[in-house]
Design a protein around this ligand. Structure first.
Ligand SMILES: Cc1ncc(COP(=O)(O)O)c(C=O)c1O
Length: 393
């Protein structure tokens, strides 16, 4: 059988997964600090939140490749909540942010062309690019008491084959937000090469520290720009399968991009009518879920920052937003050995930095989503590893 190289990943389970399975099979209880699913993290979802899905308007199928007006207008109103002005007719509705990436790659990239992706960042980006036969190239985020784009690495990676520069803001897992001047610089570089900016803003609502440049401005910079967002993070409802793209930049390019996205979207028509009809209600009632997540991630982040002492040799890296945080740890073992011993000796599951392509140092990534008591328990287990006797007693 000849398989496509689009799926060329190692499909065997890694050591962390096999160890976790074995410990769970033995009945060990594990504190999971890798939680990414908000629907099982103890938040209160209002009863009747999904009642809009039963609206009889959902019984009529009106295929609209860019999305139904009711959903596009509700999403435009949601941007206004964040003081960002995007006309509804520049919004494209998709079933997920992953699908949004895929549609954008389809209209921008030919097989073998390239996109620039930040490093460290969200590991799925690599797979999403390859599944569309696009080659990911990396630019670096550097940490010096805060994260910043290493523009020398951008220049090195920018080849004539680059069709898009991806920014993730706030970034997963660094929690860093792109600064206005960084975005201007990237947009200029992109526009000079006929490339676009793809700004993944799924965590935009989650603030870990005060910043001036909270969101990507969509008021017409020099480059064609796509902002990506969705209900999976904005109201903690990944199963609703509703995300979106907002297009901005030079008008002629935006019009052309929308026409091409309409053509590509028409081949799939993947967003259900009921969820689009329910969008205004979901965005409204979802506010209470968002507020709970905001409160929890900020409280967990504060707790971690207050708990990490110099004695542990660990440092909580500065973060501005999102659901994840990075702990820089002493380089006494490989990251894999470290997360395995955290799991086996201390019963706490964390992610190693190399899952996210950290280029140097030793890091573990912690989710800020777990309930406060679980998070505190997990953090004390992690820190015990660094402050106790070498055998981890
Ligand atoms: C940075 C980032 N973008 C996109 C997604 C996926 O979003 P969706 O569920 O809408 O596909 C995630 C999920 O964790 C993410 O971390």
């Amino acid at each position: 059988m000849i398989w496509s190289r689009r799926v060329d990943a190692d499909l065997t389970a890694n050591r962390l997964t096999t160890t976790l399975r074995a410990l769970r099979a033995e009945g060990r209880s594990i504190v999971d600090l890798t939680v990414s699913n908000p629907t099982t993290a103890g938040f209160h979802y209002p009863l009747g939140m999904l009642s809009g899905l039963a609206d009889p308007r959902g019984l009529v199928y009106r295929p609209e490749p860019l999305g139904l007006a009711v959903a596009r207008e509700a999403i435009a109103a949601d941007y206004r909540r964040r003081a960002v002005d995007v006309p509804a007719d520049r919004i494209v509705v998709t079933a997920s942010t992953s699908e949004a990436y895929s549609l954008i790659f389809k209209v921008l990239c030919d097989p073998g062309t390239e996109i620039l992706v930040p490093r460290p960042s969200y590991p799925l980006l690599d797979h999403l690019a390859r599944l569309d036969a696009v080659v990911p190239r990396f630019y670096d985020l550097e940490y010096h008491r805060g994260w910043a784009i290493d523009f020398a690495s951008v220049e090195r990676a920018l080849s004539p084959a680059v069709r898009a520069i991806v920014v993730v803001s706030p970034n997963n897992p660094t929690g860093s937000r792109i600064k206005a001047r960084e975005l201007e610089q990237l947009a200029t570089l992109a526009a000079e090469r006929g490339a676009a900016i793809v700004a993944d803003e799924v965590f935009v609502d989650y603030e870990l520290s005060k910043v001036e440049d909270a969101g990507v401005p969509l008021d017409g910079g020099p480059a064609l720009t796509f902002s990506l967002c969705g209900l999976s993070k904005s109201i903690g409802l990944p199963q609703a399968k509703l995300s979106w793209i907002a297009a901005a930049g030079p008008s002629a390019l935006v019009d052309e991009a929308l026409a091409r996205l309409e053509f590509a979207g028409d081949a799939y028509l993947s967003v259900s009518t009921p969820v689009q009809e329910a969008a205004p209600g979901l965005l409204e009632t979802g506010r209470v879920v968002r507020e709970q997540i905001q409160t929890r991630v900020a409280a967990n982040f504060r707790h971690l920052a207050e708990s990490v002492s110099d004695e542990s040799g660990c440092t909580v890296l500065e973060a501005e937003g999102g659901w994840y945080t990075v702990l820089r740890v002493p380089e006494i073992a490989s990251e894999e050995e470290l997360v395995l011993s955290l799991l086996e000796k201390h019963g706490v599951l964390t992610h190693p930095g190399y899952f996210f392509d950290f280029q140097r140092g030793a890091h573990v990534v912690l989710s800020l989503l777990p309930a406060e008591d679980l998070f505190r328990d997990g953090v004390s287990r992690v820190l015990r590893h660094f402050t106790c006797t070498p055998d981890g007693a």
